[in-house]
Design a protein around this ligand. Structure first.
Ligand code: SAH
Length: 394
């Protein structure tokens, strides 16, 4: 008998769980044991009491995030198994022990069977973001699992959940569970990046664009490149290292532009011309009179929820149309969306509308997505958030 308190599903609502979808919506619930509170580990059963899953409870629209579709004896063992399995995926992808890349996403929430948990690895420091109280309260299990996998290679663990787990009654504070290292110079495909997880956005670096940056590198040699929404200059560094003719980087955050300059300096032994602009991208694109051979558009999520989705698609249309106008003949547009609620088809629709508005003949060279260290459960298509297209204009 499991010791976990129970959440009882309505009988006609059990299908999604049986198909391994990791979320249970509040409307599917018939009753909840009295002992259940926010963050509780619960056993999900049907009206006859048959076992369905084990997960974390939260009194919200997504009421249970599922940790296991099998009975769970011991939570610590489950965490250790999940983290080990995730580590093996990164090993197989060539990301562990590589002398060219020493940063990667170790845990990608639902994609690694740990909904609500993100862990990014920066050459000895694990940066953790727990999106639910249940995950926050599982920290001793997570820390133990990390120590058992990395041993003495684990120098620091920084919990950066404050921004993603806003709780008025008992606010979560960012803190070190281990060590106190505040930043690191990491390697990605042999390129150096300064990462500051305390003051940086998200966990400090956008690891999800690794493969797409490498692709940009393949196209950038001898080109005039504009990298918009550049953050710490990821795409710009690859362009510089590929011996682009000239690189422009744009971000509205002054801090991001500072990091971009630092990262360009770290990688620009060939002294490629680079200029960074602290500016709004929409304004920059409207006002710049230059034309570029390659433009990268990697905006932040325009829609955080379904109600903002239409506005977001319209924003992609406007942005892509503006950028397409600034491309020289034969030029390339690397265009992305990281809004989870904007599906690949919707994104493509928005970009197509922008293409029509530009009046140019355009072909798709690549359809892009997130890399292997950001895996997606096939039963949870919501986990595929990063979409990208490489377009060429005539
Ligand atoms: N391409 C980057 C990640 C981009 S994150 C990489 O490879 O690392 C999105 C960035 O857009 C953030 O740095 C944010 O500061 C910036 N941003 C958001 N809105 C903006 C706007 N209107 N104009 C310019 N930059 C903006």
């Amino acid at each position: 008998m499991s010791a976990f308190p129970k959440v009882i599903l309505r009988n006609n609502k059990a299908d999604a769980v049986k198909r391994f979808h990791p979320w249970i919506f509040s409307g599917a619930i018939k009753a909840v044991d009295q002992a259940v509170r926010e963050g509780s580990v619960v056993e999900v059963v049907n009206e006859s009491g048959d076992f369905l899953a084990v997960g974390h409870y939260s009194p919200s629209n997504i009421a249970v995030k599922i940790l296991s579709f099998q009975p769970v004896e011991e939570l610590g063992t489950l965490f250790e198994e999940r983290v080990k399995q995730a580590f093996a995926v990164r090993q197989n992808a060539g990301l562990v022990g590589s002398d060219r890349t020493n940063c990667y996403r170790l845990i990608n929430a639902e994609g690694d069977g740990l909904p609500g948990l993100i862990v990014d690895w920066y050459n000895g420091t694990a940066v953790v973001q727990a999106y639910s109280l249940g995950m926050q309260e599982a920290r001793s299990h997570l820390l133990h699992a990390l120590q058992s996998i990395y041993g003495s290679a684990l120098k620091a663990v920084y919990d950066k959940s404050a921004a993603v787990l806003p709780r008025a009654e008992m606010p979560v504070e960012n803190q070190y569970w281990l060590g106190d290292r505040t930043h690191e110079k990491v390697l990605e495909n042999g390129h150096q990046f300064f990462v500051d997880w305390e003051t940086g956005q998200k966990t400090g670096f956008f690891l999800d664009q690794r493969d797409n940056r490498a692709l940009l590198g393949n196209y950038a040699t001898g080109k005039r490149v504009l990298n918009t929404f550049c953050y710490s200059g990821g795409f710009s560094v690859y362009a510089v290292r590929a011996n682009a003719k000239e690189v422009h980087s744009v971000d509205s955050s002054a801090k991001a532009i500072e990091w971009t300059k630092t990262n360009i300096e770290l990688n620009n032994s060939a002294n490629i011309s680079h200029t960074a602009f602290t500016a709004d991208v929409f304004t920059f694109l409207k006002e710049c009179d230059a034309s570029y051979d390659v433009i990268i558009l990697d905006p932040p999520a325009f829609a955080k929820n379904i109600t903002a989705r239409h506005q977001a698609v319209m924003a992609y249309k406007r942005l892509n149309s503006l950028a397409l106008h600034k491309l020289s003949p034969g030029g390339l547009l690397f265009t992305f969306s990281c809004s989870q609620v904007v599906t690949p088809d919707l994104f493509k629709g928005g970009v197509t509308a922008g293409a029509i508005e530009s009046g140019k003949v355009i072909r798709i060279l690549h359809s892009l997505t997130q890399p292997a260290d950001h895996p997606v459960s096939i039963y949870h298509p919501e986990g595929l958030y990063l979409k990208g297209l490489v377009l060429q204009v005539d």
